[in-house]
Design a protein around this ligand. Structure first.
Ligand SMILES: [Zn+2]
Length: 346
């Protein structure tokens, strides 16, 4: 049986049939697929999505291990594996998407032409037809991060899902076209950033969370024994302006318009007070940053200031997803700034 177009619907392989390795499982799938798993209670269904980005393998590794273990989930699961071709492209788990193609996790809200748009529409339809009671979408990022959730709200169900994986939740009003945004009106839906790709701690966080998600009889129970969540909100997306020559270093790099400190990603989830230097701006360079919040206004000068060639924070903020990966910094963004919600833990 298959979906109408880009996503094949298959009964999930269990035990040894899932293949020796995650790569073997992907090779057997051959393309985007929705894997169905029979649960103890067949009247309910939960959704899992993973590998929407081909270079973010923690969720797929967790799913592969869990399928091999063969444990029956509490309710039926439908597990979407997205960017299979990008993940299989040499040298393996190296490409976010196929070269020159759109980012699959930006194709779920507005109509996007081509194969990725078709896969996104198909996956969305299949999750809705399944009447999922919840969805978790497992990702990695490139900086030093603990596991955390990203969602459009912090209601009890979303907070509970997040607590299966980590202790922090970002409530985002940025609209990027993600699966989580598209399904937030259908059922509780959260993106889980499991940690840095290729970090064994990220793989462990993904597997531990997936096991809990699959085993729980009642989702309402997920928050009951969890520590209170830290809720961070109102993200501002900070990018280098497109013409900026960017570098990372321990001192200003000659010829660079903006040199960011090499260990910048150590500040993820720290409260940075005002007046903290994050980099150097070259003597000939113009203002190097642009920053946009959910309302679309350019606000970089509200957050940063230039003093004697040093780029400093202008007000206190918590940076997240800071990266020292040049490709990500150029193509996506440098980092996001968020605010701690009043009354949330710590
Ligand atoms: Zn991702």
């Amino acid at each position: 049986m298959s979906g109408a177009s880009g996503v094949r619907v298959l009964d999930a392989p269990r035990g040894a049939a899932a293949g020796e390795t995650p790569e073997a499982l992907l090779g057997a799938l051959g393309g985007p697929a929705l894997l169905r798993v029979r649960g103890r209670d067949r009247s309910r269904v939960r959704g899992v999505a993973t590998l929407l980005h081909g270079n973010e393998p923690s969720g797929l590794r967790a799913l592969h291990t869990w399928l091999r273990e063969g444990e029956a989930p509490a309710v039926d699961l439908v597990c979407f594996v997205g960017a299979v071709a990008a993940a299989l492209r040499e040298p393996g788990f190296a490409h976010r998407m196929l070269p020159g193609r759109p980012d699959l996790n930006r194709c779920f809200v507005a109509h996007v032409a081509g194969a990725e748009g078709e896969v996104a529409r198909d996956a969305l339809r299949l999750f809705r037809e399944a009447r999922c009671e919840a969805l978790v979408d497992l990702h990695n990022n490139t900086g030093h991060n603990p596991a955390y959730g990203v969602a459009t709200s912090a209601d009890a169900a979303v907070a509970g899902l997040t607590a299966l994986f980590g202790e922090r939740l970002i409530v985002s009003d940025l609209r990027l076209g993600t699966l989580t945004e598209a399904t937030s009106g259908d059922f509780p839906s959260v993106t889980i950033e499991c940690g840095r790709a290729a970090d064994p701690a990220a793989d462990r966080a993904a597997l531990a969370g997936l096991r809990r998600y699959a085993a729980l009889e009642r989702l309402e129970a997920c928050a009951e024994n969890a520590p209170p969540l830290v809720v961070l909100e109102r993200p501002v997306r900070v990018r280098a302006r497109s013409e900026v020559r960017l570098a990372f270093g321990d001192a200003p790099v000659p010829g660079a318009d903006l040199t960011l400190t090499r260990d910048i990603d150590r500040h993820n989830f720290e409260l940075l007070p005002s007046g903290v230097a994050v980099g150097w701006v070259g003597p000939e360079a113009s203002w190097p940053l642009e920053a946009h919040g959910g309302d679309g206004r350019e606000v970089s000068r509200d957050w940063f200031t230039l003093r004697d060639g040093l780029l400093e924070t202008q007000r206190a903020a918590v940076p997240i997803m800071m990266t020292v990966d040049m490709a990500v910094a150029k193509s996506d963004c440098l980092f996001y700034l968020v605010q701690r919600r009043e009354g949330s833990a710590r």
